[in-house]
Design a protein around this ligand. Structure first.
Ligand SMILES: *[C@@H]1O[C@H](CO)[C@@H](O)[C@H](O)[C@H]1NC(C)=O
Ligand SMILES: *[C@@H]1O[C@H](CO)[C@@H](O)[C@H](O)[C@H]1NC(C)=O
Ligand SMILES: *[C@@H]1O[C@H](CO)[C@@H](O)[C@H](O)[C@H]1NC(C)=O
Ligand SMILES: *[C@@H]1O[C@H](CO)[C@@H](O)[C@H](O)[C@H]1NC(C)=O
Ligand SMILES: *[C@@H]1O[C@H](CO)[C@@H](O)[C@H](O)[C@H]1NC(C)=O
Ligand SMILES: *[C@@H]1O[C@H](CO)[C@@H](O)[C@H](O)[C@H]1NC(C)=O
Ligand SMILES: *[C@@H]1O[C@H](CO)[C@@H](O)[C@H](O)[C@H]1NC(C)=O
Ligand SMILES: *[C@@H]1O[C@H](CO)[C@@H](O)[C@H](O)[C@H]1NC(C)=O
Ligand SMILES: *[C@@H]1O[C@H](CO)[C@@H](O)[C@H](O)[C@H]1NC(C)=O
Ligand SMILES: *[C@@H]1O[C@H](CO)[C@@H](O)[C@H](O)[C@H]1NC(C)=O
Ligand SMILES: *[C@@H]1O[C@H](CO)[C@@H](O)[C@H](O)[C@H]1NC(C)=O
Ligand SMILES: *[C@@H]1O[C@H](CO)[C@@H](O)[C@H](O)[C@H]1NC(C)=O
Length: 432
């Protein structure tokens, strides 16, 4: 009996202390911030039934997608990616009363309005992701007296993604005024020109799929630590500035109308160079041989007139060499080096004017846990036998079938552990 009472007491005390601990450890939140959140939610229609905002209510235990500051109770993070919000973000939105916001993600919603200058009130913002909505141009700076137009106030912002919206015209000058910005994504809009100043802190600049015309502006030389530059699929013309040849890690300038490459590549950290689908003529820049980190070189669909770049074999990490559809010529039958390109996974030299026979044992295209290999030598003037190196290919895990003297189709044999995407372009063509 006593034992029973005692154990009951024990359990009750335990339960009570648990309850108290739970209550105390509930995140503190300020009432005005909760009201602002609820008002913000009500500014939008929900286009689906399972928005993370469903959990929000005055007496909610948890606010999904929201973090509050433990000391002040202010909202510091709002993660509403794909929250089915549909409607407009007005200058008077309750969002702009969440002054402590550091991280704001409204991406993948259906918000259509101009970019309200009031973002400039959120002076603590470090991360702003608005991608894939229907934002149009920002308010003219004359109207927006606070705001992005006055955005030196956003001194802490380091990530800005406004890609895949309906923004157009000149990239707004306020970009110049974010002194901590390291990553900008402007892609999939209709911007047509850059401002004169890009913050020198920028490391990642993605501006593909816009409407940029004219020459690549020298203002892009300003960020000294630029690592990734993607200007692909615009209408840029002229030559590639020298400043882009000596500091980048990733340079994608494909699908433009560029006409020449500088021959000033230095021993940089350049790993990926894609200048395919331009109008580049002349020779492949010999200075590329200094870029010891190069893994991926794509110069397809240009007007490059050169012999086979045997000299690239000295790049220890080269995995992909795509010379397709240019004016490369001459034999590749007597390579000056015995055995080379040992890391290649992709080699595509189709659609050029190479001739002679294929060198035996030269290209050893491996497949080491990669999702696919690709070899295309078609559309040239090769003659002779299918070389032994294709046999090596066979040994390294590719199944090759030979139809009418040309290797035409290949299906992959991979180690079981490697997941294979169904869409992998596994293909070998060797028309001779
Ligand atoms: C997106 O918003 C527009 C109105 O701004 C509306 O017509 C459309 O149906 C919405 N789309 C979705 C998927 O909610
Ligand atoms: C939401 O659920 C209701 C019934 O609960 C249904 O009638 C409606 O079609 C659903 N809406 C969407 C967008 O799925
Ligand atoms: C916010 O402004 C819009 C128009 O810009 C207006 O329709 C709406 O009523 C305003 N909302 C509030 C709460 O003032
Ligand atoms: C861009 O956004 C549209 C919807 O606005 C979407 O259908 C499309 O898939 C997005 N594109 C990319 C590349 O994410
Ligand atoms: C906005 O810029 C003006 C000058 O252009 C300045 O006087 C004002 O203090 C700025 N506003 C804020 C909030 O920094
Ligand atoms: C935009 O670019 C940034 C920086 O490279 C990247 O982190 C981000 O994922 C990109 N956004 C999209 C939607 O691809
Ligand atoms: C893109 O630029 C071309 C001219 O260079 C112009 O005709 C076209 O309207 C522009 N597209 C957009 C969406 O601004
Ligand atoms: C370069 O950009 C184009 C167009 O945006 C894209 O299709 C291609 O995959 C990119 N190249 C690389 C190597 O990522
Ligand atoms: C380039 O952009 C156009 C639309 O402007 C699009 O249709 C096309 O698919 C894009 N090409 C690549 C390679 O991304
Ligand atoms: C390149 O220029 C040609 C005309 O010289 C034009 O037809 C083509 O659309 C342009 N391509 C791009 C990607 O701007
Ligand atoms: C090139 O740079 C790499 C590191 O980026 C370094 O290891 C290598 O020694 C450099 N080579 C030359 C020839 O300067
Ligand atoms: C590739 O290997 C298969 C057996 O795995 C063999 O039947 C075939 O003849 C080989 N093909 C070549 C081109 O060596």
């Amino acid at each position: 009996m006593t034992l029973h009472v005692l154990s009951c007491l024990f359990i009750c005390v335990f339960a009570l202390s648990f309850l108290v601990t739970t209550l105390v450890s509930l995140p503190s939140r300020r009432l005005d911030q909760v009201e602002s959140l609820l008002a913000f939610k009500n500014e939008f229609a929900l286009s689906c039934n399972k928005s993370v905002t469903n959990s929000w209510s005055r007496d909610a235990i948890s606010f999904d997608g929201v973090s509050f500051d433990e000391d002040t109770g202010g909202v510091t993070e709002l993660k509403l990616r794909g929250a089915c919000l549909s409607g407009t973000l007005d200058a008077n939105s309750s969002l702009f009363r969440l002054h402590q916001l550091k991280h704001l993600d409204l991406s993948l919603n259906n918000i259509s309005s101009s970019l309200p200058g009031e973002f400039g009130r959120l002076t603590e913002l470090e991360f702003l992701d608005l991608h894939q909505n229907r934002f149009t141009e920002e308010l003219p700076s004359s109207i927006s007296s606070l705001g992005l137009a006055n955005a030196t106030v956003l001194t802490k912002l380091h990530f800005l993604d406004i890609s895949n919206n309906s923004l157009q015209g000149k990239v707004p000058g306020w970009l110049s005024n974010f002194p901590s910005l390291t990553a900008i994504n402007l892609s999939r809009n209709s911007f047509d020109s850059f401002p004169n100043n890009i913050p020198p802190t920028v490391k990642y600049l993605v501006a593909s799929n816009n409407n940029f015309t004219g020459e690549i502006p020298l203002s892009l030389c300003n960020p000294r630590n630029l690592l990734v530059l993607d200007l692909s699929n615009n209408s840029l013309t002229g030559s590639v500035p020298r400043c882009l040849s000596d500091k980048m890690t990733v340079l994608n300038l494909s699908h433009n109308n560029l006409t020449s490459l500088p021959d000033t590549f230095s021993n940089s950290s350049l790993r990926l160079l894609d200048v395919g689908d331009n109008q580049i003529s002349g020779k492949l820049p010999r200075s590329l041989v200094h870029c010891k980190s190069l893994e991926f070189v794509d110069v397809q669909s240009n007007r490059i007139s050169d012999t086979f770049p045997f000299w690239l074999e000295s790049l220890p990490n080269l995995k992909a060499l795509i010379l397709r559809s240019n004016r490369f010529y001459g034999p590749i039958s007597s390579p000056p080096y015995p055995f080379a390109f040992s890391k290649l996974i992709i080699i595509d030299i189709a659609g050029n004017m190479f001739d002679g026979s294929l060198p035996p044992n030269y290209f050893v295209v491996k497949q080491i846990g990669e999702s696919y290999s690709f070899v295309d030598f078609s559309g040239n003037r090769f003659e002779g036998e299918i070389p032994e190196s294709i046999g090596l290919l066979n040994k390294s895990g590719l199944k090759i079938s030979i139809i009418n003297g040309s290797v035409s189709k290949v299906s992959p044999c991979r180690p079981q552990s490697v997941p294979v995407p169904k869409t992998s372009p596994v293909q070998i063509r060797l028309s001779i």
